[in-house]
Design a protein around this ligand. Structure first.
Ligand code: MN
Length: 264
């Protein structure tokens, strides 16, 4: 799949939008490793999960995006992260990419947040098509220093490009908010059992009608020391293999024991 020069083609997307600091850092970090195409949402799309656009057209506008090597091929897409990857793979890339990367997200995507994350969904979209994919998240909200995260991304991408890839799997990488030299290394993890305890703030609009604003509290229920949350809290880069097949295989056998009527 690599071109004659052996340089891999890397498609980059995110959910924080094409102007986010995180995607700029990711493109800068990978510019020396491969040929880059960027297709990212025009607007921030955090927590849209795997939403896709069906009732409206999707537009891709060429976007001025500078990397260390100069102008990169980039498009601002009027859609979700999953739209960006779907559209790019069908219409925007010159050949099938060797790798699709998403991020670097502003904030963690650990535990149950994987299912809400647009960052992870961009990578999932590639994994569904059998393309190696990685989602990167920096465990600090807002505009932190993405320099260390960029160095981590370089290392993970080099690993992925030089190893055999299990089809349908993506890597969900969470990077702790500490200097690069203080990171302990990479830990292969599972998603922690955690949940949001929803607390909607309730206020009144100018017409005295109540409205609600989501502002939940994140609660870690997991005592394990091999989870994504434990890893980043203890100074490790968390690497979780994630699949999109949501079938609960362990429930199939007991369900088959139920007294299902022959007539559906
Ligand atoms: Mn985001």
């Amino acid at each position: 799949m690599k071109d004659k020069r052996g340089r891999p083609l890397i498609l980059i997307s995110n959910d924080d939008g094409i102007e986010a600091a995180g995607i700029l850092s990711l493109a800068a970090a990978l510019d020396s490793i491969g040929d880059i195409v960027i297709a990212a949402p025009l607007q921030e799309m955090s927590a849209v999960g795997h939403a896709i656009t069906m009732r409206d057209p999707v537009r891709a506008r060429p976007w001025p995006f500078r990397g260390p090597s100069g102008q990169l091929t980039a498009y601002a897409v009027s859609g979700t992260p999953a739209d960006c990857v779907k559209l790019a793979l069908d219409k925007l890339v010159p050949r099938q990419p060797d790798l699709v990367v998403s991020g670097i997200n502003h904030g963690p995507n650990t535990a149950v947040n994987v299912i809400y994350s647009g960052t992870v969904s961009a990578a999932t979209e590639a994994a569904i098509l059998g393309i190696p994919a990685i989602a990167f998240s920096y465990c600090k909200w807002g505009n932190g220093d993405f320099e260390a995260s960029g160095r981590v991304a370089q290392k993970v991408v080099q690993q992925v490009l030089s190893n055999e890839w299990p089809p349908g799997i993506l890597l969900n990488v969470n990077i702790p908010d500490i200097p690069y030299g203080q990171m302990k290394g990479f830990m292969i993890t599972r998603q922690a059992q955690a949940r949001w305890e929803e607390q909607f703030a309730e206020r009144l609009d100018p017409f005295d009608r109540p409205y609600y604003w989501l502002s939940g509290t994140f609660v870690n229920l997991d005592k394990g020391t091999n989870t994504d949350l434990w890893a980043v809290e203890n100074g490790w880069v968390s690497v979780t293999p994630v699949q999109h097949d949501l079938t609960a295989y362990r429930a199939m056998e007991s369900l088959q024991q139920w007294d299902w009527d022959e007539q559906a």
